[in-house]
Structure formats: C-alpha cells, structure tokens
Design a protein around this ligand. Structure first.
Ligand code: FEO
Length: 395
C-alpha cells in the first residue's frame, strides 16, 4: 500500500517487520526495517529505487495498483545494493526499455549482480538534472563511498525532497512513516547504530559531502532515505547529527568488553567498570560479554565511548576467537579519537594482553601502557593495577 509523502510523491516500498538480520547475518535488526521506494507522478512518472529481491513480485504487483507500469518514464537507481535494486529484474521484465538513471559505478554493480540484460542505463554525475514537468526537476548528487562507490542521492526541486538513499537511514520499521510519528528514542538509537556499523568507515567522505551539499544551497523540506523514517519535521536535525557523528564522535562513556574462560577475566572486567564509576561518577559505564552480547549493539556503545577496555584470557598462545573476530570487525569501523586498555588472565604463556594491545592499536585506538595481566586468577595485586588503568582511560 502506498503512503503519501508530499504532493505527487508517494512511498511504495516494503516495511519489513520480520527482518532479523541484514547484510547476511552481519547486522542485527531489533526493531524491523524497511526498503523505501518512491513514486513521483508529475508530468513524468518516476520510480526511485525498489526493494529487496525476496519482495520483488509483491512490489511489482503493488506498483501496478498505483500506476500503469507502462506510464513509468524513468527509474532512478540511487544504489545498486540488492536491498534497493532487488526488484529491478521483475520490474524490467515488464517494462524492459525504461531508462534507468544511475552512476557509472551502479552500472557495474547492477550488471555484476544481475548480468548484462540490455537495460537502458543513463549514466549521471553530480549536478546532472532531469526535467519531470510541473516546473520540477531531479538533481543528481553522487555519494561515492556513502557507502558504496555507486551510491547517489536524488534531489527533487519544487517539493524540496532529498532522496538520500542509505545516508540518514535506519533499520527501523515505522508504519506511520514520518520521523515525527516515530518513537524518538528508538529512532535516534537506530539511526546511530546504522551510522556506527555501516557508515562510520566513510566518515571523511560524509563530512566532505555534507559540506558539498550545503554549498549547493538546496532547500530541503524532506529527507527521504531508503531505510526507516522519512524526515519531514526538522530534517536538519539528522544532518546535524551526521556532522557530529562523522567528526570523531564521543560521549563521556567508557565501555568494557571481554570474554572469559573460567571467570578470571570477567572479574577484572567488572572491577574496571566499578573503578570507572568510583573515579568518575559522571562517566557512563557499560559492560558487555563479547561472546554473549549483540555485536552491532556493542559497537554502537563503542562508537559513543571515549575509551574502551578490552579483555581476553590467553588461550593456545592467542586470545579467544570471539575476541579476535570482534576486534577484526572493530578495525573495519575505523573509529577515531578513542583510547583503549587491555586486560586478561593467563595460565601458561601469557601473550593475550600483548596481542590485545596490538589489535587495538591496529584498529586506530590510542592504547594505554597500563594493563592488568593476571596469572591464573586475579588477586589483590592484580586488582591494585586497575585504578591506574582506569585513570589513563579517563585522562
Ligand atoms: Fe541499503 Fe547499501 O543498501
């Protein structure tokens, strides 16, 4: 069912209440999601993006209820990733010659995924425009690396709508569609989780692009991303948030993350959390078992943190595989301006803390010399090292 956005613009996407994971199983979905597609019916009829492949037939059938498919003059593919292009195959079977406006890189990603099907690609660059009648036009803005090399946004003049694709999106199902109708706490939490886990590596590109869009001086009344809510009430708010988040964001928070074999490393983790609170009662402290907690939720907490403490016991001359994998993911997110410290127990060889420090430095963290490395079980001598470790994280 379509949802009205503004004047002759309707949402024609798919609200995915059942979705539990995204990017395979790499991103947890706790509050549903949506794949937003939009239908513009001015003198020209324009479809902006589609939905994920499993919903392609339902999407095309629903679209037929809104318009004669043959009336669609232009398709805009802002991004080739399958959650937005997945219905193109079914749609293009019905209207094979319809021009698809996209970046040169999107031609590569679409043909790479779906094969060379003879689709009528029209390659566009930043500043290119397309007249759609009624004195309105579409302006294309390449969004390279936000978050794929093929990404693009489309701005509609007259109605002043920025179809921003993944940027400003969230994995969040909101049947009411608009930001002012959504649960505000969940909305901002999901927007931040999306940024921290998907867009943060592209922060330098985001800052540059935000400045470029500001210079284009386009009045923006609505931001319509490809996931989650449509920002119609104060859309500048999410733009300001992105400017903050992309600029080495941190809050007054310390997060302790660990895994443990026989509870020794867990004991140190809890003592560190207590000590942070003792030394700095105003600092928010969070603690997670890396093996048990949701990886993407934890990374959102790391994103908010000014410092983290990471613990693992030494196991077979290494750290636990849970922590090794977690640190590999941490590295990909390219967080900046954060401190870290390492801790852990060992029985025999004891290189775990050294490995943790190397991994944390490799992930871009400023690593404290202070550490807690406990032989067998932590004793008073080990716990006595915690205040100095915490002090270095709070400094
Ligand atoms: Fe929502 Fe990059 O796809």
């Amino acid at each position: 069912m379509k949802k009205h956005i503004k004047n002759n613009v309707n949402w024609v996407g798919y609200i995915d209440w059942e979705l539990k994971t995204f990017h395979g199983d790499d991103y947890s979905i706790l509050n549903g999601s949506s794949q937003n597609a939009y239908l513009i019916e001015e003198e020209k009829t324009v479809l902006i993006d589609t939905v994920w492949a499993p919903h392609r037939f339902e999407f095309v059938e629903n679209l037929k209820k809104e318009t004669d498919l043959k009336k669609i003059d232009y398709i805009i593919a802002n991004h080739g990733e399958v959650d937005h292009s997945g219905a193109l195959t079914a749609l293009m079977d019905e209207i094979p010659g319809t021009p698809i406006y996209c970046t040169a890189n999107a031609v590569k990603s679409l043909e790479g995924q779906y094969g060379k099907r003879g689709w009528n690609f029209q390659v566009v660059k930043t500043g290119d425009t397309l007249e759609i009648g009624g004195g309105k036009k579409l302006v294309f803005i390449e969004m390279r690396m936000l978050h794929w090399p093929d990404s693009m946004a489309t701005y509609m003049t007259g109605d002043n709508i920025l179809f921003s694709n993944d940027m400003f999106g969230q994995h969040f199902a909101v049947e009411e569609m608009f930001n002012d109708k959504a649960d505000q706490c969940l909305l901002m939490k999901e927007a931040m989780k999306y940024f921290a886990n998907i867009l943060n590596p592209a922060s330098p590109f985001a800052l540059k692009k935000l400045a470029e869009i500001r210079e284009m001086n386009l009045p923006v009344d609505i931001i319509a991303p490809s996931h989650g809510v449509v920002w119609r009430e104060n859309p500048g708010r999410i733009v300001e948030k992105y400017a903050e988040w992309a600029d080495a964001y941190q809050e007054n928070q310390i997060t302790v993350c660990y895994d443990t074999m026989w509870e020794g490393t867990a004991k140190i983790a809890h003592k560190i959390a207590e000590e942070v609170s003792r030394q700095s009662p105003d600092t928010t402290v969070k603690l997670f078992s890396i093996a048990k907690a949701d990886k993407n939720e934890v990374m959102t907490e790391v994103f908010k943190s000014k410092a983290i403490a990471v613990g693992s016991p030494t196991a077979t001359n290494a750290i636990l595989s849970t922590v090794e994998g977690w640190l590999a993911f941490l590295k990909t997110l390219k967080f900046k301006n954060k401190k870290a410290a390492a801790f852990g127990c060992y029985g025999w060889s004891g290189e775990g803390v050294k490995i943790l420090k190397e991994r944390l430095a490799g992930a871009g963290f400023s690593v404290a010399d202070e550490e807690v490395k406990s032989n067998w079980n932590p004793d008073d001598g080990d716990f006595a090292k915690i205040p100095a470790l915490v002090k270095s994280l709070l400094a």
